[in-house]
Design a protein around this ligand. Structure first.
Ligand SMILES: *[C@@H]1O[C@H](CO)[C@@H](O)[C@H](O)[C@H]1NC(C)=O
Ligand SMILES: *[C@@H]1O[C@H](CO)[C@@H](O)[C@H](O)[C@H]1NC(C)=O
Ligand SMILES: *[C@@H]1O[C@H](CO)[C@@H](O)[C@H](O)[C@H]1NC(C)=O
Ligand SMILES: *[C@@H]1O[C@H](CO)[C@@H](O)[C@H](O)[C@H]1NC(C)=O
Ligand SMILES: *[C@@H]1O[C@H](CO)[C@@H](O)[C@H](O)[C@H]1NC(C)=O
Ligand SMILES: *[C@@H]1O[C@H](CO)[C@@H](O)[C@H](O)[C@H]1NC(C)=O
Ligand SMILES: *[C@@H]1O[C@H](CO)[C@@H](O)[C@H](O)[C@H]1NC(C)=O
Ligand SMILES: *[C@@H]1O[C@H](CO)[C@@H](O)[C@H](O)[C@H]1NC(C)=O
Length: 454
């Protein structure tokens, strides 16, 4: 259950296969490629297609959700004293990390609650709720009962069958048996404030349960991307796709729970759709997506890349091996020398004029200048003769500019195509389909915001 959204994305393995379907493309493309990511296909990301989650009961209480509980009687928040290892109390007027609890979802109504320090809520022998358990079992399992008329009002039932209540602000006890009228005078009623929700592959599988998740995902894999999409990409001037896959695809069709099997078969289809010529459509394998600085250390990353490179080379001498730079690293060139030792290596960088406060107030021209000047020099700093080749594996024509015109978007897309076109391996837009228009390359192409020169 610790494999929540971040880890799923973090451990994603990326494959690239060429997407040329038309006869005029006689062979798999060599670099530099013009590609698009098939995000949200074999690895779920809720923001790309939220409707996939619609059939999950209590879909706002997915695994990993962070909740805060306010006692309606006291008007104070529950808190893990000392962040964990002690009692749960109810004396806080404001909520931050010690007052925030992470859900481990067992099913739609049963959960474990994890505190800031990593421990779990449990009920001790005198009926107090304490955060001392280091792993969850039956006495760490609680049922959440919501008020139909306003589902933010909840009661929490412990494994002894009784509801938790706040009799004094210094304790939370599992000893209320009577029914509720959900009013502000019931000490077992809390307002649950949902402060963060994760919506990834783990959450969709765990949320639906294996039977329904298999149905939902099998349908998604065969309908979200099909052969017509490959025709569209090819005729639009794209010649490769970057496909995120989860680490569990390695044990398909029997991945560890809660993941469901079948994504490997869907991936095989992509190779069939991409193939046009008598050669493998597998262009490259990316060993890891977006390792995050400073949590991922440089020595551990190099060891992983070395082992991964050797593993790929045992199977193919021709596929490029892509190594992702650490996200947020202060030294973009930190892998350059290391990667230069591997024949067929590629260094992947992701360029977004987002996710950093310095872009918050950029206007149209400042965004364009930043790409033209700063990104150009960033890319030049890691582009050398020989290996590694350079790859802008993710970019998007989206920004923090409000009220930008179509012409503004066109300029922003074009300058990125021009600058990232200097990457020696090529670039890939994030992503092909997305409910958010600018993030959907399909929408951007069909509506004339992006045009590619091939
Ligand atoms: C249960 O926890 C409460 C609150 O920390 C504490 O006062 C009580 O002594 C504990 N009971 C036992 C048997 O440890
Ligand atoms: C949910 O999980 C709890 C705890 O394991 C179990 O007692 C309950 O029967 C489950 N509910 C459903 C609907 O499966
Ligand atoms: C539900 O309860 C919350 C918390 O008391 C309140 O803020 C919200 O307005 C209520 N929603 C409705 C629809 O009454
Ligand atoms: C699966 O979905 C069906 C129909 O939507 C629903 O009735 C059923 O309760 C779901 N099963 C589980 C285990 O959630
Ligand atoms: C692909 O899916 C679209 C609908 O999303 C459909 O219109 C099209 O016919 C499908 N193409 C193939 C080859 O199945
Ligand atoms: C593909 O190429 C290989 C090696 O050149 C050859 O043996 C094989 O017959 C070719 N297959 C097809 C379908 O052309
Ligand atoms: C590159 O390989 C050489 C020879 O194996 C080795 O001495 C050197 O330390 C390596 N350089 C880096 C940066 O890993
Ligand atoms: C862009 O590069 C210029 C020239 O090196 C530098 O002065 C400027 O601070 C950079 N802009 C940002 C926002 O980092």
């Amino acid at each position: 259950m610790s494999n929540t959204g971040t880890i799923i994305v973090g451990l994603a393995l990326l494959l690239l296969c060429s997407s040329g379907l038309l006869p005029r493309l006689a062979a798999a493309p060599g670099p530099p490629i013009q590609a698009v990511n098939l995000g949200g296909w074999l690895v779920t990301e809720g923001w790309i297609m939220p409707s996939l989650f619609d059939g999950i009961p209590n879909k706002d209480l997915l695994d990993g959700t962070k909740l805060q509980f306010k006692s309606v009687v006291q008007n104070t928040y529950l808190a893990a004293n000392q962040g964990g290892g002690a009692a749960i109390v109810a004396d806080r007027t404001q909520a931050s990390s010690w007052e925030t609890f992470r859900l481990w979802r067992i099913n739609a109504t049963s959960f474990n609650f994890r505190v800031f320090g990593g421990q779990f809520w449990s009920v001790n022998s005198t009926g107090a709720v304490v955060a001392t358990a280091t792993s969850p079992g039956p006495s760490e399992t609680f049922q959440m009962v919501r008020w139909d008329a306003n589902t933010t009002r909840v009661r929490i039932r412990a494994s002894n069958g009784l509801f938790l209540q706040v009799k004094t602000m210094q304790s939370l006890t599992a000893d209320r048996g009577v029914a509720t009228d959900w009013s502000d005078s019931d000490p077992s009623v809390f307002v649950a404030n949902n402060v963060d929700i994760l919506r990834g592959e783990y959450q969709i599988c765990n949320g639906y349960g294996i039977t329904n998740a298999t149905k939902v995902l099998t349908n998604h894999w065969s309908t979200y991307i099909n052969e017509s999409d490959f025709s569209f990409m090819s005729s639009s001037g794209l010649n490769a796709v970057r496909i995120p896959v989860g680490w569990w695809i390695a044990s398909d069709p029997n991945p560890p729970l809660p993941f469901v099997g079948g994504s490997l078969k869907a991936l095989d289809n992509a190779f069939v759709w991409a193939q046009y010529a008598n050669r493998s459509s597998l262009l490259a394998i990316e060993l890891l997506n977006e390792p995050l600085y400073p949590g991922v250390t440089l020595p551990s990353l190099k060891k992983y890349y070395q082992d991964g490179y050797n593993a790929v080379r045992r199977r193919t001498s021709t596929a490029y091996v892509i190594m992702s730079n650490r996200i947020a690293t202060p030294d973009q060139t930190e892998l350059l020398q290391f990667a230069s030792n591997f024949s067929g290596s590629v260094l992947d960088v992701h360029y977004y004029n987002l996710f950093n406060s310095k872009f918050d107030n950029f206007n149209v021209q400042e965004n364009i200048d930043y790409v033209q000047n700063n990104r150009s020099s960033d890319l030049a700093a890691i582009t050398t003769k020989g290996f590694p080749l350079t790859f802008v594996g993710e970019w998007v024509a989206e920004w923090n500019v409000r009220g930008a015109s179509k012409a503004d978007y066109q300029k922003f897309a074009q300058v990125q195509e021009d600058v990232y076109g200097r990457a020696t391996f090529g670039w890939a837009y994030w992503t092909l389909k997305n409910v958010n228009k600018a993030w959907s390359m399909e929408w951007m192409i069909k509506n004339g915001y992006i045009s590619l020169t091939s």
